[in-house]
Design a binder for this molecule. Structure first.
Ligand SMILES: [Zn+2]
Length: 139
């Protein structure tokens, strides 16, 4: 049995915490290709993303969920994390895999007050991954 991170889910209540999306929203956005800003489906013709992530073992991986173009433009004006990242906004390429990421370490303890024992596998955010050789990375 594996444990998974979960949070109380009350859409529309509270205020956004930039660069730390709610785990339920993040997972749903990636699993269902929903815009992380407005929560509606992001169809292939209007599915954008901010090319932020890292290369690991030949894969470019990100926890960045898709956005609509109009929502991305809005986010660029209000999100301190994305301000100045216009050059990383592009149509989301196809050919990706969706992965469950494992979490643990000091950031989990700090942010959630939750200690994960060594060797324990806890599911956190979803990640989108492309084979590195197919990705054009923004510099
Ligand atoms: Zn949207």
């Amino acid at each position: 049995m594996r444990r998974a991170m979960w949070m109380p889910h009350t859409p529309g209540v509270g205020r956004p915490i930039f660069a730390k999306p709610h785990q339920v929203r993040q997972r749903r956005s990636i699993a269902e290709m929903r815009c992380t800003v407005c929560g509606e489906k992001a169809p292939e013709g209007d599915r954008w993303w901010f090319q932020l992530g890292e290369v690991r073992e030949g894969w470019f991986m990100t926890t960045e969920a898709p956005v609509h173009r109009r929502c991305a433009d809005f986010a660029l004006t209000v999100c301190p994390h994305l301000r100045g990242q216009e050059d990383r906004l592009e149509p989301m390429p196809g050919g990706f895999s969706i992965l469950s990421s494992l979490i643990g370490g000091p950031a989990v303890e700090r942010d959630f007050g939750f200690t994960i024992r060594p060797g324990e596998r806890v599911i956190g955010a979803l990640k989108i991954a492309w084979k590195e050789k197919f990705m054009r990375r923004a510099v």
